[in-house]
Design a binder for this molecule. Sequence first.
Ligand code: NAD
Length: 469
Amino acid sequence: MEKIETHLLINGNIVDGEAEKTSLFSPENNEFIVDVPCATTAQVDLAVDAANAAFPAWKRKSFADRATVLYKFADRIDEKAQLLAKLESLNCGKPFQRMLEDEMPAISDHFRFFAGACRCMSGSAAGEYLEGFTSMIRRDPVGVVGQIAPWNYPLMMAAWKIAPALAAGNTVVFKPSECTPLTMLGLVEDIKELFPAGVLNIVTGKGSVIGKHIAGHEKIQMVSVTGSVNTGKQVLASATSNVKRTHLELGGKAPVIAFDDCDIDDLVENMTLWGYYNAGQDCTAACRLYVQDKIYPEVVEKLTAAVKSIDVNDIGPLISAEQREIVSSFVERAKKVPHLKIVAGGNKIDRGYFYEPTLIIDARQDDEVVQEEIFGPVVSVTRFNDADQAIEWANDCKYGLASSIWTRDIEKAHRVSSMLQFGVTWINTYFMYASEMPHGGFKMSGYGKDLSMYGLEDYTVVRHIMVKM
Ligand code: NAD
């Protein structure tokens, strides 16, 4: 592996973080990777000042000019795809090939999508809504945006945030998770070369210090965070200081509803993939399966065999010893519940931070494993009777991010999907994303959209301009 970049980018300058270092360890084998210096709050202030100074010129650029810079950045990400996939794989323990093939093409595509999308924003037609006065709508950037990312898809979440914010004409102070800064830091040289100074600043540090400082900063106009519900609440509280706009992508607990008439083999294949992908560290993981009575025994039998056959090298480890402890404690508590049966997995693996792919059957609606986000390779299976019961149980959850329905009856699929309160419902499929389609939640999963024109609009303010004729 080439030298690992650990510098920050502030006002177009590549600088050392001046606070304490965070030591990173490989989730795969627990070996030391590198020390990453954190920013001080004074360095964040410099980044915020730089972003404010860069804002007027970046905002004034034509959409085409901003798009050109974003296209160049997308090309650079493609050129560096091997290196970036290696860094992400090293930092998160993600299987390298999956990172390279599944995530890298989507990451550069998000930049290309928003480069084009910012040239296509729409709104009401200009006209005389009052006689003698002409009105028009503008969509202007918000200003300086603080962006705070999680550790489960570090570079992907960075792309979801940075691309629409910059395309809309904002300037950005971005903080990766303290656990997974390596890919964004691996791009600081490229950002310095391609973007005007101050347009995109990268700072590192703990959420409780640097994240909090960003969320409460008086000279930042909007904060966008992807993380846990608890973090979202803290960011909201900090943001009140100057009534910042907030954009929150938080937790999830996705229900998968399998009706008697579904294609069982297809369902089992998708559950095995998307319940355990990225070791289940996914806000949309297919972790809460509801199966209708008639097919329950067959689904359980086939899924148990499929989960037992998962190669842990394909799903990777958990991000940290701490996260593995959290997952393990959920399963240990489940072991003490008499009606729950753990039919696959249920244990730590004696290597890095790996945990066995785990399947828990006969779960009931009020069980902890059905209600709480575990964020690990653990799936629960619950038996249901009819569509109304499945809808009620699916919605009986504090989260509302992703959901899925499995049936050959398309009318039933539409009827049920119209009753669900989740940002996305996949029908007879799972985990398919398109840059053009929105992602975001109901309830405690947060609000605001990532991806799509809606994501771009979230980083703008609608304005009314009226002229007396
Ligand atoms: P986390 O909440 O621990 O951290 C997320 C980010 O917030 C990190 O950069 C962290 O440093 C920062 N942070 C923590 N406390 C802060 C504070 N008080 N003020 C400001 N910033 C603070 O989340 P995580 O453990 O990195 O990621 C896992 C969580 O993220 C899960 O709950 C998952 O569901 C959620 N997630 C949601 C989506 C989505 O699109 N809705 C996508 C990915 C992950």
